[in-house]
Design a protein around this ligand. Sequence first.
Ligand code: CU
Length: 267
Amino acid sequence: MRRDVVVVAVIWIVLSVLGVLFAASWDIYPPRAGVEAEHIDEAIRILMMLAAPVFMFVVVMMVYSIWRFRAEDEREEGPPIYTNRPFTVSWLVLTTVLAGVLFYNPGYVGWKFLKSNPTADLVIQVTAAQWHWHVTYPQYDLTIKSRPIGFERMDENQVLALPAGRRVKFEVTSDDVIHSFWIPALRLKVDAVPGIVTTMYTTVTETGSYEENSVFRVQCAELCGTGHPRMTMPVVILEPEEFEKWIEEQKEMQEMGGMMEEEEEGH
Ligand SMILES: [Cu+2]
């Protein structure tokens, strides 16, 4: 029995060290486009590093026991196992302490970081409706309407454009049911609730586009009906000058579209 304990302990320590090293060093995360995204990936990293020894302990104990203490031919039940009080107490204390640490950091610390700076260079109003997004740039008097996109193409006139290096505030609401405004590249998500305005702040860091990686998209993240999975909108993050140009282009195009409609009505 003593030998078994040593063997299990050694395997557990080796696998735990590997697990922690893996969690600490391997960047398994998709592209990040905001300061908050870095913090959130860091939070996941901390969780994985703390979870690795716990996970390995459970797996090693289980696999080793199955292999080592397997009854060969006997079909009888084994002897009853009684509680090992010191083990139970230490397991409870250890996991409670770990959970407490996580409540503080990244829990409380991360939440404070996300909520601590309610300032923005650019305000974007987002209205969700079954099953599309209306994105308004009030500073530029411009509204973009999404339509359900296929995942193979991107229409440059139906994207949510963001300026890199700027702080953005999203004011989110809904026209019908509860939706959720989620941009995976920012790792941020907020519910779109009819009748109230929810807010979300981000400091955008990197340029990027839906064409490079599908994490650059708005995705509804609250089941809202049959069109829910297609309730998407490509996101494009541009250098600030490019962003201004894009705004101008959109405004020109919408004006032209409006003139053409008027002409058609005249005929
Ligand atoms: Cu939805």
